[in-house]
Design a protein around this ligand. Structure first.
Ligand SMILES: [Zn+2]
Length: 151
């Protein structure tokens, strides 16, 4: 896995008109994560993605097949949440067009050592998946049946 500094990041823009959230380290993981190093918020800088993966609901570009990564040996993971709902997620290095919708949470993390945050499509607010932040890197676990490949 590459280090954070090497552009493992998010392209999530802030919601227009909404102040950027503070990036304070959550109390339950003091000093464990360097979230700033995993962020890539520079305006106007977007990756060039030849193939795109879209939000199935509103067709906004979310990521690309080029961003697929393996985490703990696999791109795809199937998990159930505490309510028993089953999710099949794919791991992606970078996304854009997503907004954080929850504070970092360490409990119930599907990837040990990573805190998670819910991420929504910034255009239609569909729950796209989760952002995982570890001591070394960030990645996204996106719900595969909420995505579609651009044709
Ligand atoms: Zn959407």
């Amino acid at each position: 896995m590459q280090p954070c500094a090497d552009r493992i990041s998010t392209f999530c823009p802030a919601v227009p008109g909404e102040p950027r959230r503070s990036r304070e380290t959550p109390a339950q993981t003091p000093g464990e994560i360097d979230e700033e190093a995993c962020r890539y918020d520079e305006e106007g800088k977007e990756p060039y993605w030849e193939e795109k993966i879209l939000c199935r609901q509103c067709m906004q570009v979310i990521t690309s097949p080029a961003e697929r990564i393996e985490v703990k040996g696999s791109h795809r993971h199937t998990f159930s949440n505490p309510l028993g709902l089953l999710f099949q997620i794919g791991c992606f290095k970078r996304v854009k067009g997503c907004v954080d919708a929850s504070p970092p949470e360490a409990e119930w993390s599907w990837f040990q050592g990573y805190v998670w945050q819910v991420v929504l499509c910034s255009a239609c607010a569909t729950h796209m998946g989760w952002r995982y932040t570890g001591p070394q890197e960030c990645f996204y676990g996106l719900i595969l049946d909420r995505l579609m490949q651009a044709s």
